[in-house]
Design a protein around this ligand. Structure first.
Ligand code: NAD
Length: 431
């Protein structure tokens, strides 16, 4: 183990035979739908690989004057329908393959929402808990400089993901703008409103998740007020989703973060949990609730399970113990390809990530449009337009799933891959 891995606290557990990486999952999903829809082999092969992948080393100064170097990535999976779009993740387990998978899912997501972007993703293999804010700022600015040749409002537009937030976006926007010599707000989305961010972007992914819960319950004829919800991950997406669903009348019975989880059958109050988390940095030890592990949260008796943390949490090992009737994937890739089959066989209704969490990129698209036009919208306008796009996308996917007897995931991929394939065939192959 080299010095960096040590500092990162990376796990060195051996992989077992059933292990499925995010990249394995993404490719298996694409291959399955390519066969189902009879995709042209040349287009299928093109879509299996990333258009561009940049690996950079990110050296930066620590507060004590020493130097630390981490590996960073930016991958553009596809830009046939428009500029590349996708978040930047800071996490010790970030790898090139993970970023490639996340970029591919972004391509399908934008196509399903009919947003004129291709898919991208970026990341730095860093444990943010080991660094001060000043160190993270220097690291971010250096990472932004290293990926500068790829990004820009017409090329590739980053956004927040795990452990990155609007402040990180502001640093990237500033670094890019300093290089250009003028302000370029459209280079990132999910930035503060004071520098060209959009109203409604902070809660957009969670709001979209809520709309997908509503749409599904309506289809299944389940009244909203009777619904119990469990949410894994209490960050930007999971925390907001808990609040929105609680406010809408659902009973949020369990939540968790990386440290552990909470259960209360009568329901939890997200506002009180937010206050508790602000003080201690975690949801654990919240008074009046039973402590549970992240594994237990996934297997809890509830109507709606919302994984909102990281990929690969529901696998062949625990899929047959999941009791939720409905899973809405706020996280990207929380269910492996093989686990998905087990859940579908058991009758679980799954709203797949590429549909369920597309509220974030949809409002990011609105932010980019507002930046380019230098004309800003009200929060109400943003939320109304978001709702329309997501309800239409849900209806498209549900209709195709019903018509062709597909799972919601297969139908979503069919639509996403189909739209990208059509764009490829329409443009033709250069030269
Ligand atoms: P975040 O960093 O704000 O929050 C992540 C949360 O997950 C934290 O509460 C963290 O403690 C918890 N967590 C991390 N590892 C965990 C683990 N192994 N087990 C249980 N909990 C764990 O990140 P976020 O922006 O909320 O993103 C969460 C997920 O949603 C990611 O999969 C991301 O790709 C996806 N997503 C985010 C957006 C967005 O707009 N931020 C948009 C679409 C999809």
């Amino acid at each position: 183990m080299d010095v960096n891995e040590d500092a990162l606290g990376m796990s060195e557990e051996p992989l077992d035979a059933s292990y499925e990486s995010a990249w394995d999952t993404a490719l298996a999903q694409l291959d399955e739908v390519a066969e189902l829809m009879g995709l042209a082999p040349g287009v299928h092969e093109t879509l299996r690989s990333s258009k561009r992948a940049l690996v950079v080393s990110v050296p930066f100064r620590m507060d004590d004057g020493s130097t630390r170097v981490y590996q960073g990535y930016r991958v553009q999976h596809n830009v046939t329908r428009g500029p590349a779009k996708g978040g930047i993740r800071y996490h010790p387990d970030v790898t090139l393959d993970e970023v490639k998978a996340l970029a591919m899912w972004m391509t399908w997501k934008c196509a399903i929402a009919s947003i004129p972007f291709g898919g991208a993703k970026g990341g730095v293999a860093v444990n943010t808990k080991l660094h001060s804010r000043a160190e993270l700022e220097r690291m971010t600015r250096r990472y932004a400089s290293e990926i500068l040749p790829l990004i820009g409002p017409e090329r590739d537009i980053p956004a927040p993901d795990m452990n990155t937030d609007e402040e990180v976006m502001a640093w990237i926007m500033d670094t890019y703008s300093q290089n250009k010599g003028y302000s370029v707000p459209g280079v990132v989305t999910g930035k503060p409103v004071s520098i060209g961010g959009s109203k409604g972007r902070a809660g957009a992914t969670s709001r979209g998740v809520m709309y997908m819960v509503f749409s599904t319950l309506k289809q299944l004829g389940i009244p909203l007020e009777e619904v119990t919800v469990a949410i894994q991950g209490y960050g930007k997406v999971g925390g907001h989703a808990a609040q929105l669903l609680h406010d809408a009348g659902c009973r949020v019975v369990a939540v968790s973060d990386v440290e552990g989880g909470l259960f209360r059958s009568r329901g939890l109050d997200p506002e009180a949990i937010n206050r508790h988390k602000k003080e201690g940095g975690s949801v654990v030890d919240f008074p009046g609730a039973d402590p549970i592990s992240n594994e237990e949260l996934l297997e809890i008796e509830c109507d709606v399970l919302i994984p909102a943390a990281i990929e690969g949490v529901i696998t062949v090992k625990n899929a047959d113990r999941i009791k939720a009737r409905l899973i809405v994937e706020a996280a990207n890739g929380p269910i492996t390809f093989e686990a998905d089959k087990i859940l579908i066989d058991r009758g679980t209704f799954i709203v797949p990530d590429i549909l369920a969490n597309s509220g974030g990129v949809t409002v990011s698209y609105f932010e980019w449009v507002q930046d380019i036009q230098a004309y800003f919208w009200s929060e109400e306008e943003v939320n109304d337009k978001l709702r329309l796009i997501m309800e239409r996308a849900f209806a498209d996917v549900y209709e195709l799933a019903t018509e062709k007897n597909l799972s919601m995931r297969q139908a979503a991929h069919w639509i996403g891959v189909g739209r990208v394939a059509e764009a490829h065939l329409t443009r033709g192959l250069f030269p």
